[in-house]
Design a protein. Structure first.
Lengths: 274, 469
């Protein structure tokens, strides 16, 4: 964990003095038929996505393998309350609130920029484990990649406008075009300030309790280049698990079953603290 | 180090038997840490120690978690209307927020459910021996500890286990402090300490004198104003009665905004006096004595209703009690009043009867331990006291960081002994340090801390311990 700031910050004056404003949150879930004592999973969608993205396949699949599975829509996304002024801290707050409300210590699974939110949430909640799927950890290289792949959708975002993702950025060609269009039509917009913080935000504080972290993604992801994937994994002291041929949206793409099975297999083995 | 998933309970079959100094068998618990008490501080100790890889045995004399905040416990000081004094962000554990749907100042029953959820969420109950009280804690060779326990109430045999470290989290709000007054024995009315006050029905229709201007005293005075036929509120001095809300926000959040901006104390005091003046007004106009100190120099009282009821004539502020006699009370200004019921909201004293006072540096047994960061005793590197703090804010956050620091210290003892040794000399040098501005001296205020000053000191201690990692 060489790149992360290792200093635990005890004084949190800003967070105490200006608590995040509560909003109504959408949480979708699927319960296993038989309670087997597995830790609950909390899926955190990336920017533009809502809990629906996980409700499509992953929630049911995780439940069918014995894991209680939940997905939250960050404020301003999916069925959660509108929040045009949301910040990264507000998103983090949403995740921590839902995680702490679960009956047992949860595994946080972040996708895309949701992985960045999860990395911040880990500093405010002792996750049992964390999974960063196709993580968009922010910084200017993220913007450069987006600009190269989708200049028309990305340019306005850099001058304060909304970011528009294109379906060819998100899905592989294996996914039927009708599905890709249907998913892309559900994509929402990110709050402007959060968008900026994605580029120029602060590094996450150290994770509480040093949970084990799994990083996975696709070498053919058009949002997260392989180098960024390797960098994210190195931060947590491992190498990424790769699923060649898949697009950025691992949970919606045609071969969605492979990554979720890999995540659940990893959890079944009960990884120990980093 | 045992993995965190290891079952925490002592298992006589697998432990080697040693003998104590007086020849009793001792079961050796190896690297396990003993936590005394499963209240707020004890729970966060268990959570943070297990999180850092330690095995934990916690002994709790009651049958549930929550300590003082569990109204079912016979030592619990809470009464039906107890609400928090500090708002949610200052009260919750820093890594387990209270639900967004809760009010700014939750009720004590919500707090109990919070601790129960905390215990369940992190699976802490499997480390706790309920209904077991600690009789003795004795230091033995190699910085280890012999902890002797028995069933609560003194039934059954005692058993002694040897631990690598001990966290004392037995709370400090259960042993009532009762002032002595001349003639109290002759007084024919009813007398109670606030610890046995549970419900406003106890006041209904009576003439009540409430003694003490702590937060509890003010709460009870307000309830007496609503229920009793008369209410006198006796205070030793004038206090600053802070409203729970100022400028549209919980008052402590406004205060921390100023702290965060590093506004100097004098200026904060001025702003505070100014705000009170503008909102609540001049308290002497209501017959309340003028405070003999500046704000932040005594434990803050957060009560919006006291002044309101004084203004409605439902509470009569009176000075200190001079003496009691058969039919009533003489006050220090010579006035006579005739209450039927006297409630002493005169606070509590910390007690550690299972521990030799010398261990905590309290050589003259005055009840004031001499510790560093209110937690670490010189000469005993494997002992920590959690929650022995009277902060101007929530205490649970502070207990959390105390126990995190202790867990890191125990890790350092194994992995980087020179760091742990440096910490020990820091404890030696810093014992008795205070973490607040100037405060009025009283047995209530010796462990008063300013939360920002205190947490800054903990941050420095943690940074020093972790330096060069």
């Amino acid at each position: 964990m060489s790149a992360t700031n290792e200093r635990v910050r005890i004084l949190r004056g800003r967070e105490w003095a200006r608590p995040v404003r509560p909003v109504r949150r959408e949480v979708l879930g699927a319960a296993p038929e038989l309670e087997e004592g597995r830790p609950p999973l909390l899926f955190v969608p990336g920017f533009g996505h809502g809990a629906w993205a996980f409700a499509e396949h992953w929630l049911e699949h995780a439940a069918s393998r014995g894991f209680p599975a939940y997905a939250v829509s960050l404020r301003g996304h999916g069925g959660s309350e509108r929040a045009p002024e949301a910040t990264l801290r507000a998103y983090t707050h949403d995740v921590v609130q839902v995680a702490a409300g679960l009956p047992r210590q949860a595994v946080l699974v972040g996708h895309g920029a949701g992985a960045l939110v999860v990395s911040h949430a880990m500093a405010r909640y002792p996750a049992r484990a964390a999974v960063l799927a196709a993580p968009v950890m922010g910084g200017w290289s993220t913007a450069a990649t987006a600009l190269r792949r989708n200049p028309v959708g990305t340019l306005p975002a850099l001058v304060g406008g909304p970011l528009k993702l294109h379906r060819r950025q998100l899905f592989s060609r294996e996914l039927p075009d009708a599905d890709a269009r249907r998913y892309a039509a559900q994509l929402g917009r990110v709050a402007r300030r959060a968008q900026w913080q994605l580029l120029a935000g602060r590094e996450a504080e150290p994770a509480v309790g040093r949970p084990p972290v799994l990083v996975l993604g696709s070498p053919d992801d058009r949002v997260v280049p392989p180098a960024a994937l390797a960098r994210a994994a190195r931060r947590y002291g491992s190498a990424p698990l790769l699923f060649p041929g898949m697009g950025h949206d691992l949970m919606l793409d045609a071969r969605w079953r492979e990554p979720i099975d890999a995540i659940l297999d990893w959890l079944v083995k009960e990884p120990q603290r980093a | 180090m045992p993995p965190s998933t290891e079952h925490g309970r002592p298992d006589p079959e697998t432990t080697t038997l040693a003998l104590s100094r007086d020849g009793r068998p001792v079961s050796d618990r190896g690297d396990t840490v003993c936590v005394i008490g499963a209240g707020a501080s004890g729970l966060t100790a268990i959570k943070n120690l297990t999180e850092h890889g330690f095995g934990v045995d916690c002994y709790e004399r009651e049958t549930g978690v929550g300590g003082a905040w569990n109204w079912r416990h016979d030592r619990s000081p809470v009464y039906a209307s107890t609400h928090l004094i500090s708002s949610r962000p200052f009260t919750q554990f820093p890594d387990f927020p209270m639900p967004d749907s809760w009010p700014d100042y939750p009720h004590h029953s919500q707090l109990l459910s919070y601790f129960e959820r905390y215990a369940d969420h992190f699976d802490l109950r499997r480390h706790i021996w309920f209904g077991t009280e600690v009789v003795r804690v004795e230091p033995v060779a190699d910085d280890r500890w012999d902890v002797t326990t028995r069933s609560t109430g003194g039934y059954g045999p005692e058993r002694t286990s040897r631990y690598a470290a001990v966290v004392v989290a037995n709370g400090h709000n259960w042993s009532p402090k009762l002032p002595s007054y001349e003639g109290l024995a002759e007084y024919r009315g009813e007398v109670m300490h606030a610890s046995s006050y549970k419900d406003p029905a106890q006041l209904r229709g009576k003439r009540v004198l409430v003694v003490g201007a702590g937060n509890t005293g003010c709460d009870i005075a307000v309830e007496a104003a609503q229920q009793a036929s008369r209410c006198w509120h006796s205070t030793r001095r004038g206090y600053w009665y802070a409203p729970k809300y100022v400028l549209g926000r919980p008052a402590d959040q406004v205060n921390d905004l100023l702290l965060m901006l590093r506004v100097p104390l004098r200026l904060r005091q001025w702003l505070y006096h100014r705000t009170l003046r503008l909102t609540v007004g001049d308290l002497t106009r209501f017959g309340l004595p003028k405070p003999d100190h500046r704000v932040y120099e005594t434990h803050p009282i957060a009560n919006s209703q006291l002044v309101y009821y004084v203004g409605h004539g439902r509470i009569a502020p009176v000075p200190d009690v001079a003496r009691f006699h058969g039919g009533g009370v003489t006050l220090t200004d010579g006035r006579e009043i005739d209450p039927e019921l006297v409630v002493f909201a005169t606070g509590y004293l910390p007690r550690f009867e299972f521990l030799d006072p010398k261990v905590l540096g309290d050589s003259d047994a005055s009840g004031r331990p001499r510790l560093w960061l209110n937690a670490f005793a010189p000469g005993y590197p494997t002992l920590a006291v959690a929650g022995l703090l009277q902060p101007d804010s929530g205490v649970f956050t502070l207990s959390h960081w105390q126990t995190v620091l202790f867990a890191r210290l125990l890790q350092a003892r194994l992995a980087r002994p020179q760091r742990a040794a440096a910490f020990a000399s820091r404890v030696e040098a810093g014992a008795g340090e205070r973490y607040s501005g100037k405060v009025k001296d009283s047995s209530r205020h010796w462990f008063e801390v300013g939360h920002a000053d205190y947490l800054r000191a903990v941050q420095r201690a943690l940074d020093e311990l972790e330096a060069g990692r």
